[in-house]
Design a protein around this ligand. Sequence first.
Ligand code: SAM
Ligand code: SF4
Length: 342
Amino acid sequence: MRGTPDPAGRPDSPLLVDRFGRVATDLRVSLTDRCNLRCTYCMPAEGLDWLPKQELLTDDELARLIGIAVTRLGVKNIRFTGGEPLLRPNLERVIAATAALDPRPKISMTTNGVSLARRAADLVAAGLDRVNVSLDTLDPARFHALTRRDRLDDVFEGLAAARDAGLAPVKVNAVLMRGVNEDEAVPLLRYCLDNGYQLRFIEQMPLDPQHGWNRDDMVTAEEILAALRTAFTLTPEPGERGGAPAERWLVDGGPAVVGVIASVTRPFCAACDRTRLTADGQVRNCLFSQSETDLRALLRGGASDEDIADRWRANSWAKAAGHGINDAGFHQPDRPMSAIGG
Ligand code: SAM
Ligand code: SF4
């Protein structure tokens, strides 16, 4: 059954292995479910029922779980996300605690960039290595309509500050939607090329709280590539893709690249190397999993680090082969993207 821990047959490995030979080494940590934007495909205008404060992991609890992941479970990469991670109080302290681990993991963050300009230098000083900034449009009126906030210039400034602070390569994530911003594939790529950012398009997934996702409205990887090819020459980037979700193309012969994350039309589940921790301390083995493992209860119940590590291992072992979006019986998970950690 999807997501049900079944330790039968699990090899005696300290790592986050699963029944399909995958090993999770990449941990996505959601720091908050709150956000200062209201992207139409992610949140309703009025926001969501935010998690109560007492259910959120404290900084110390977070540091302990990240430490367990890195020192006992073989996690090598930590990505902070949300909601909007820059809204987390003491973010720099959380990053510094992560950077102090031995072995030191690579530390990255996915952010809307709104308040990045004044934070970038401190984040780098704390130990942040890389950043992905979400930007779906270059047009101020469209940005306002899409995010319900008038903050496009702040995002531009945040991107420049990230680059100037040395968070290279600065990556830009864009979701294209039919009838909304599907005409911006080429302008977004030009903007990123001109500014030294690395653009990745992400196919829209059924993870919105309104359950309004519709396959026909999704702009597919094929469509995105066709649009880009009207203005650029794209050639597949040589080399191994590994667990990376983006298929990458050299633009006009390189060295610049553009990525497309085709989660729906070309799922990469077979190479997935991710595990996820929500802001309220639940481990999920997939964005789309129907069950979670409650590490917060273990932490607060006095469990040892090794007990917690074992429950995390069992959660990974139960990971399904794929997300199932294209299956007839697909059910969207109860939690929306912003509460899981995108
Ligand atoms: N607030 C931060 C941000 O926007 O970058 C981090 C969290 S946000 C949920 C992470 C990424 O998920 C963003 O790039 C956003 O565009 C993307 N996203 C949100 N809902 C999505 C969906 N239904 N399908 C695909 N991507 C989505
Ligand atoms: Fe906020 Fe990111 Fe969701 Fe937009 S996509 S509402 S910025 S969490």
